[in-house]
Design a protein around this ligand. Structure first.
Ligand code: ADP
Ligand code: MG
Length: 367
């Protein structure tokens, strides 16, 4: 079973605020299901050498809502997903399911947890077993996790699952092997397999980035209708901030293991506060976002020599930041509230997003 540790502070008990003073934009949709509370993860990569893959990340997944986690490759997104999925144990902090700290010590505890929390991966070809038919891949979780018994019930459940992911007629897909399906169809089977255990949480780790551009929107719309139909709490991981805007109620931007900005997706992408978010939007294909981001960068950017890609002591983005000042090299900024549902980890938010800083009386100190 999922064990309990009494010591962990519950974010819900702190008034629902995942970051102090900031409400999640996904909170209005439904109740809190899965929480990461001040979670960090370090990996030992050689003797005496640790890397901080995830640093002090807090987030909440709410019933029927989508939280989008955006960042470039290596920023720690998949590690956050694996921590939430119970596949990795946090170095610090807690994962809570319905307010109960998750403590997975045995395979059995993991199986029981997995019934509630399922993952969908980037590469459906790698995540499906190539030697088994679709029927086999779906039957296993149906019998193990959803306790479906009897031939006729199984047949009905299999057909229902395939219909849920719009693979019809079901009979024509059940006998197929993964290599006989298109990329989009394979991802639909992977989604069906995740749904088989009737989870409450779906962690989708770049679920469309390996698919043809033409079918990405179809798969995202499918995920969106499943979210609504089953009131799933969804974490949508992507490096594409334009799709986060389309799909996420709340967007969290990750850089070098930490959340550097959070807010309602629409507001955050229209008026990004953190220089890194501005950079992401500047390079996004969405034309609206593109124009706004470009103008802002062009009017303020000062060319700076790049020394390193991250900075151990101060702000990790400082070496790439056009607005960095000495303070940024020395002190790491926390997430500073810049509105009831928004926060950015930037000392200079009054310069990078003056409208936001002004509207909240200025979230910065000494900027
Ligand atoms: P993303 O999904 O954003 O690309 P990841 O979470 O996969 O990022 O990785 C974040 C960082 O942690 C990377 O530097 C990666 O090399 C490192 N990392 C991830 N998993 C491990 C592991 N099991 N052992 C050592 N380092 C790891
Ligand atoms: Mg990843």
């Amino acid at each position: 079973m999922i064990g309990q540790r009494k010591s962990a502070p519950s974010p819900a008990a702190e008034g629902g605020a995942i970051s102090p003073g900031v409400r999640s934009a996904a909170e209005g949709r439904g109740t809190l299901v899965l929480t990461a509370s001040h979670v960090s993860k370090e990996f030992r990569i050689s003797k005496g050498h640790l890397i901080a893959a995830v640093r002090d990340v807090s987030l909440g997944l709410y019933r029927g809502a989508v939280v989008a986690l955006v960042g470039e490759s290596g920023s720690g997104k998949s590690t956050v997903a694996r921590l939430l999925a119970g596949q990795e144990v946090p170095t610090h902090g807690d994962i809570l399911l319905d307010d109960t700290p998750v403590h997975i010590a045995r395979a059995r505890a993991y199986r029981s947890y997995k019934r509630h929390v399922q993952m969908v991966f980037q590469d459906p070809f790698a995540s499906l077993n190539p030697v088994h038919t679709v029927r086999y891949q779906l039957q296993r979780p149906l019998s193990l996790n959803a306790h479906v018994r009897g031939r006729r019930t199984m047949q009905r459940e299999l057909a229902a699952l395939l219909e849920q992911v719009r693979l019809t007629p079901a009979e024509s897909f059940l006998t197929k092997f993964p290599h006989e399906l298109s990329g989009g169809q394979r991802q639909r089977v992977a989604i069906a397999r995740a749904l088989a255990s009737r989870p409450r949480v779906l962690l989708a780790d770049e679920p469309v980035s390996m698919l043809d551009v033409s079918i990405r929107v179809e798969i995202l719309s499918l995920l969106d209708s499943l979210r609504s139909e089953f009131e799933l709490a969804v974490l949508y991981i992507t490096h594409d901030i334009a799709s986060a805007r389309y799909f996420g109620d709340e967007t969290l931007v990750m850089y070098a293991g930490a959340i550097v900005e959070r807010g309602p997706s629409e507001a955050l992408t229209r008026q990004p506060a953190h220089p890194y978010t501005q950079l992401l939007i500047e390079s996004a294909p969405d034309p609206d976002a593109l124009r706004a981001g470009r103008a802002r960068l062009a009017s303020h950017a000062r060319p700076r020599a790049r020394t390193a890609l991250t900075n151990a002591q101060g702000c990790p983005f400082a070496p790439r930041c056009p607005w960095a000042e000495p303070r940024c090299e020395q002190d790491r900024p926390p997430l500073i509230p810049i509105g009831p549902e928004r926060a950015a980890a930037c000392w200079r938010v009054d310069v990078t997003a003056p409208a936001l800083a002004g509207a909240t009386g200025g979230g910065t100190a000494g900027g």
